[in-house]
Design a binder for this molecule. Sequence first.
Ligand SMILES: Cc1ncc(COP(=O)(O)O)c(C=O)c1O
Length: 468
Amino acid sequence: VGNFNNKEDFLFNQVYDYVANRIDRNEWKEHEKLPSIRQLAQELNIHRLTVLKGYQLLKNDNRIYVKDKVGYFVESKGKGIIDDYSETPPFFHINSLSDIQQTPVEYNFSQALIDPNLLPNQYLSDYVKKVFDLYPKVLATYSHVQGDEELRETLTSYFIQQYKAFLHPNQLIILSGSQQGIHLISQTFIKPRDTVLLEKPSYSAAIDIFKSRGARIITVDITPDGYDLNQIEQYMRTYKPRLFYLNPTFHNPTGYTIPTDQRKELVQLAEQYQCLLVEDDPYHDIYFDMKPPQPVYTFDASSNVIYLRSFCKYISPGLRVAVMICPTTLIDSLISVKALTDNGAPLLNQKIFLHYFLSPRLQQHLDKLRIALQIRKEIMERELAHSDWHWNSPHGGLNLWIKVPEYLSTEPLLYQTLMNSISFVPGSFFDPDKNLPAWMRLSYSYTNEANLQKGMRKLIQSISSTNR
Ligand SMILES: Cc1ncc(COP(=O)(O)O)c(C=O)c1O
C-alpha cells in the first residue's frame, strides 16, 4: 500500500489502519456504511482529503466499496485481496497544498507562481556578476539583522516617492520572503488562544502559520465589493482580536481588491479597537488596466498597520526578498525575533535585488509581464465562458476564484482531474474552517498560452461530465 515515509503518508496510513482494524475486529460488519469523509475527518481532526485518500487505499485493497452518492461500505469478507492492479487508478499523495503543486501534470493551474519563462533570468545573472565586482567581499560579510542599509534606503525613497508618506529606513526589515514576515509577526505578537481575524478565503500558509501558533481564528468575508465593515466592527468589539491579517489587493485566492474608502475606515476601526492590521501585498504591481488603490498602511496615522511587500513573485521567487514596513513602536521586538531566526537575510540576494530594482529594466520587465499575464487571464476566461461556472474577473494578480455548481465538490474532483493531468486547488485549502466545497482556485500565471487553452478545455469537459 505505498511507502509511508513522511508525516502525511503516516496520517492516511492511520486512517487505513483505523478502518481496517474495526473491520477485522468485526465492529464494522459486511455491507455496513462507514462514517462519511466529513465525519471521520472531524473525529480524527484531519483534513478531508486525508480521509478520502485512506478510503481510496482501502477501496483499492477491496476492504471497502463505494456506492455513488451514498457513501462507503464494508466489503464482503474474502474480497480483501489485491488481485488486479491494472484497474487501480494512479496513486496521488494529496494532503497538503504542496502535494498538489508537486504532482507532475501537463496542465498546472495550481501554482500561483509566474511561469519561469516570463521572469528576468538572463538579466539577473548579469547582475550577479556586477554585484561581485562591486562588493568583492559580499560573501564574506553578514548583513545587518534589519537588512542591508543601502537596500533599506533605496526602498524607503521608493515608498516615499510612491505615496508621499513619511518613512525612515529604520522602520524597514528586509525579509527572506513575505511568508517569513507573517511567521515573525505570529511569533512576536500571538500567544496560544489569542484571537486572529483572517479573511475567508485566505492565503493558505497564513492560515497554517496562525493555527500552528495556537491562535483562535475568526473569519471575515471578502467579496467582490470588499469587506462588510459592520461585520468587522462587530468581531473587533466582541472578540478583541490581537490582529487582522489581510491581503486587500488582488487577494489570493479571489483576486478581489478592497476599495479606498473601506481601507480608510478599516484603519479607523483598527485604532478604535486596538487591533493590529497586517497588510500582505505581494501582488500590488501585478495590475492590468490601472494601478490599485494605495496600501492600507498609507492611511494609518496611529501606528496600527504592519505592511508586507514581497518582490518574490514577479522578480525571482528564488531570491526570497521582501520588505516589512513597521511602526517604530513595534519594530524592536520584531528585530529580536528576526535575529533569532536567521540573523538577517542573505546579503548577496539583497545586493542582487537592489541593483535590479534600481535599473530601468525592472519597469520594462513589469510592463511586458502585465501584458503577458493579462493575455493568459483572458485565454482562461474565454474558455470558462463555455462552462456554467461563475467568477469575477480580477484586475490583477495570478488567479481566478471559480464557483462550480453546488452539487459538485472540488476536493474529489481534483483526483479526477489529476488523472487527466490537470491540477487546481480546491476551495477548502483557503478556508480556515476547511469548507467552500463548490469553489476552486485556477492560476493562469504558470502555464503557457497553448497549454492554458488545451488544459482548460479538458478541465471543463472532465468536470462537466460529472453526474449530478
Ligand atoms: C498572499 C500571499 N502572501 C505571501 C506569499 C508568499 O510570498 P513570499 O514568496 O514572498 O514568501 C504568497 C505566495 O503565494 C501569497 O499569496
